[in-house]
Design a protein around this ligand. Structure first.
Ligand code: HEM
Length: 414
């Protein structure tokens, strides 16, 4: 009798949970009839079992082999579609219906929908267009300019990095900290040219600032899947740390924006021919211009500048760290790369973007390192902004969409 009562209780509990969880039943039934993408068995509130809590992309890579380039699952109570086929990813990311950002903790509450990576809608479209154009312009400017100010920043950073390495006198070292410093400086050079110098204490401040943010998985981390966790320990403490990091980062960005303005005014007063050009100054110009685009505000400038420094620091140092590792692992490739640089750039100057196109071997090393390390296994998460018919399946409005690049980058790995 007792086992029967327990079974009835469990069945009743599961039924209540199914009914409590919005869309669980209809989406599960749609899954049986192949209307929504196939995927693993999911439980109400818990979702799919067996997703690695930290390295979820490893689980998704295995599931992609079983279910194909598009599959669906519940992550907690959040219905999520995972894409791992390059053509499907390209097609989805080019459609406005996939350009929303998740409504979870990270986007809404931490970043408050401002900046680039966690904004959506009209603000995101305007800001992304501006960011792509400005960054392209900055790169072209640095390739074509004869003004030494356009490249001094980068050369100073390079010299400081070489000094850091030289200071270890050939002893074994972990280059992480040196590379982090250089990455902060490169990102600041892009956002606030000439404001931050290699020995500025703010560099260390920025390095330590964002650590709590990068310790979480913004796509499938528990806080994003169950936002209510932020009210309970230990998530409350990590959430508070992350909030502090975002706010402090924006505080620093605000100061750097102001210092950049003062620097440009001073240069204008002493009749320096060309004013420094960076992301913040391009944004300032845009704010002054008469435009229909309403998202160009001081708050957005600060959020975007903080994000450029944050994302740039993390991605550049990760990239360089992998490159250093690969060069240590493959000394023959390192030697050939050095020979190419000696031959095509020579010993009297530093390489610059002007050499782009002549350094195919170096470019191939960078591309292969990016592929092999795959250090961004998920681009930032997306959300469908309407019901979408995609690759023969229906994806309802408001669903999390993750693009998992692991299978693509590892496909031809030897
Ligand atoms: C090798 C270096 C880098 C890699 C592999 C990388 C990778 C990525 C990826 C995969 C995304 C997600 C794109 C999406 O979801 O549409 C992204 C977004 C972003 N990255 Fe990077 N990144 C790198 C360097 C940088 C640098 C140097 C900066 C800034 C100075 C930067 C700033 C950003 C920003 C602001 C976003 C959000 C853009 C958006 O949502 O449209 N990244 N990055």
């Amino acid at each position: 009798m007792l086992p029967l009562v327990i079974s009835a209780f469990v069945v009743a509990l599961v039924l209540i949970l199914c009914l409590l969880q919005r869309n669980f039943v209809p989406l599960t039934i749609d899954g049986w009839f192949c209307k929504v993408p196939p995927g693993p068995v999911c439980w109400p509130l818990i979702g799919a079992r067996g997703v690695d809590p930290i390295y979820s992309w490893i689980t998704f890579t295995e599931w992609a082999k079983r279910y194909g380039g598009i599959f669906g699952l519940f992550l907690g109570s959040e219905y999520t579609v995972v894409l791992s086929d390059i053509n499907l990813i390209r097609s989805a990311l080019s459609k406005p219906s996939f350009e929303g950002r998740p409504l979870g903790t990270i986007s809404r509450s931490l970043f408050r929908g401002k900046g680039l990576g966690f904004a959506d809608g009209k603000l995101y479209r305007e800001q992304r267009k501006f960011a792509v154009n400005t960054l392209h312009h900055l790169a072209v400017n640095s390739c074509q300019s004869d003004n030494p100010d356009d490249t001094t920043g980068l050369h100073e950073i390079y010299a400081a990095l070489v000094d850091d390495f030289a200071s270890t006198n050939g002893e074994p070292l972990d280059p992480m900290h040196f590379l982090q410093k250089a990455s902060v400086l490169v990102s600041c050079d892009l956002a606030h040219k000439g404001v931050v110098k290699p020995d500025d204490p703010i560099v260390e401040d920025i390095i330590t600032l964002y650590k709590p943010l990068f310790s979480i998985n913004v796509s499938t981390g528990l806080l994003n899947i169950h936002p209510w966790l932020k009210h309970f320990p230990p998530y409350r403490q990590s959430y508070q740390l992350m909030q502090k990091a975002v706010d402090h980062g924006r505080g620093i960005a605000g100061k750097l924006v102001e210092q950049g303005r003062t620097l440009r005014e001073k240069r204008a007063q002493v009749n320096q021919e060309k004013t420094l050009f960076d992301y913040a100054s391009a944004f300032d110009r845009k704010m002054l211009s008469v435009s229909e685009e309403k998202s160009f505000t001081e708050e957005q400038l600060i959020a975007a500048a903080a994000e450029l420094v944050m994302a740039g620091e993390e991605d550049i140092h990760a990239m360089m760290y992998w490159l250093v590792l690969f060069m240590c692992m493959y000394p023959d490739i390192q030697e050939r790369a050095q020979n190419v640089l000696d031959e095509l750039v020579g010993p009297t100057r530093q390489p610059s973007l002007r050499d782009n196109g002549n350094l195919d071997y170096i470019e191939a090393i960078v591309m292969e390192s990016l592929r092999f390390s795959n250090f961004v296994p998920f681009p930032l998460p997306r959300r469908t902004t309407e019901d979408v018919q995609f690759s023969g399946f229906r994806i309802p409005k408001g669903r999390l969409t993750l693009c998992c690049s692991n299978l693509i980058t590892q496909k031809n790995a030897s």
